[in-house]
Design a protein around this ligand. Structure first.
Ligand code: FMN
Length: 147
């Protein structure tokens, strides 16, 4: 299982309904190709995590990065083999309600900020990003509150 997480800047306005449409279509397509992950829109930036077979994730990223509606500013790859983290999430749109319910709001917000600013040295911020993904995945799997 290969994974990646990227931060992108939208090149147009995304209304609530446009975001819902994007996430619904992404989830349908990802289900068909066996890719799972999450999509977050916050502070006018997208944060998306994708996991699946290396070729499937790579092909999907190629499609997504050609999409003129946004520009990828930072992308982290994880080539280490690991189990699927979000087996039930074809492309979960992680909204405020979800984050509040599971008390991980500040967590993803920090993650996004880290990817944007990269204030720590490479290793540190990359580790924090992957830790963030792990925490959210515990939440997805166990559906419990993170304390
Ligand atoms: C932020 C962002 C995330 C996206 N994520 C996905 C995704 O996970 N899966 C997907 O199929 N399309 C995703 N898309 C849409 C694709 O870029 C593309 O528009 C869609 O796959 C249709 O491609 P096609 O016109 O070549 O058929 C995303 C688009 C944006 C702007």
């Amino acid at each position: 299982m290969k994974s990646l997480i990227y931060l992108s800047q939208p090149n147009q306005e995304f209304s609530r309904s446009a975001l819902t449409k994007l996430a619904t279509e992404a989830a349908e397509n990802n289900k068909a190709i066996g890719v799972t992950g999450f999509l977050r829109f916050q502070h006018n930036m997208f944060l998306q995590y994708l996991e699946g077979k290396s070729a499937d994730v790579g092909n999907l990223l190629a499609v997504i990065s050609r999409d003129k509606r946004h520009t990828i500013v930072n992308c982290l790859y994880n080539d280490v083999e690991h189990a699927r983290r979000f087996s039930n999430w074809n492309m979960k749109f992680v909204d405020e309600g979800y984050l509040q319910q599971h008390s991980v709001e500040s967590f993803l917000s920090n993650q996004l900020q880290l990817m944007k600013e990269q204030t720590l040295c490479d290793n540190q911020w990359q580790q924090l990003i992957w830790q963030g993904v792990d925490i959210l995945s515990e939440c997805a799997v166990n559906n419990h509150k993170i304390t």
